[in-house]
Design a protein around this ligand. Sequence first.
Ligand code: ATP
Ligand code: MG
Length: 435
Amino acid sequence: MAYPVRDSTSISIDDGTVTVRGWVQEIRNLGGISFILIRDRNGIIQITAPKKKINPDLFKQLTSLSRESVVSVSGEVKTSDQTKLGLEIIPLSLEIHSVAESPLPLGVVDKVNVEFDTRLNHRFMDLRKPEVKAIFELKSLLCKLISEKMAELDFMQVQTPKIVATGAEGGATLFPIEYFDKKAYLAQSPQLYKQMLMSTGMDRVYEIAPAFRAERSNTVRHVSEFISFDGELAWIRSQKDVMAVIEEVMQYTISGIASRGTKYLEVIGAEVTIPKAPYPILSYSECLDMLMGEGMEISEGEDFGTEGERLIGEIMSLRGNDMYWIVEYPKAEKPFYIMEKEGTAFSYSFDLDYRGQEISSGGQREHRYERLVTRMKAKGLNPESFGPYLESFRYGMPPHGGWGIGVERLLVNMLGLNNIREAILFPRDVHRLIP
Ligand code: ATP
Ligand code: MG
């Protein structure tokens, strides 16, 4: 039997009565009548208990429930113009699954301002707030949209190891771990493995997986564990082929969030604007000029830094561009696996910035063994510690390129959130290992 209550997984119909299962969000006792709000994943429904019309024991039980207790309430559904949903339930029976203690460590509906740290300390409770949970519904949708588009573009989804023997992104941010009698690390990125896959004939791969960085800097955009959406593709003619794929995926996912995520965007109060495409391409030196023009002290070869990126973002917003590429970075700034632009100080690399924040780095990789080894040495790395990686370049490696995109950075900038931790269920940083 179809029942027009709501799109809920926790409501069931049995002979004209319904059962809702959820958390007791609020109880309002007005003497002769009581209202109990039950919250589940999909929303809130009101239980209306008129004292005279229902069983006295049931009334007593209902009105003495503690906030956030978990219950099932069965009853009759009635239309109501007093509730947001347009429906209410007149209770017939109650089952208490779990009684919540009082006081609560954190209010779910209280409008008082709570420190973010307090929210994170009691994250399970914080996640009960519809506006917090909605971020993760959208993150889930975002990953689904990415996978949809990548499948359409014929990319294989892969999984590479997160326990590794060598770092790919520099020693400073490696997390060492004990691995039996050997030293190992948590993977900073799937870089080496996705490149090795290019030598196998799996010529388009992607991965959505955790990446670990021992980031000591305490910023709103760095954490120790984030989700990286990585892609690598072979047979590219230049980094432009890689950029084209990213642009297509970004436009698809952002439009998808705007059109399929409306229910959650409303809860958060966020509006998603679809970036203007094609994304403009700025060169590193153009950006330097922009920054100098703004009076920033920065010299050739230097990283723009957070402030620089933010300023460039402001200028680009004024031009109507939320998303833009920055290319032609000095090769000294880029990792060993990036291809150099011969005879210049530049590399075939790009960053993708979204409203003043880097969300992705990528480029064409050096696929020629000798040059790769030369580049490694120039970066002060020992090729011997990259043995298994390098081997895959010695027996046939196609030209290739790829990227890494921080999923949380993408989401946070899309939704206008101000801290990357808002988009991580249980964030990890220098100061936080629990919960
Ligand atoms: P940044 O300069 O912002 O520290 P990065 O250049 O070190 O970033 P890459 O190694 O290029 O980062 O990683 C690719 C992407 O992964 C970044 O563009 C970003 O979206 C994401 N990312 C990198 N480090 C972190 C981190 N510590 N926390 C969250 N996301 C990160
Ligand atoms: Mg980068």
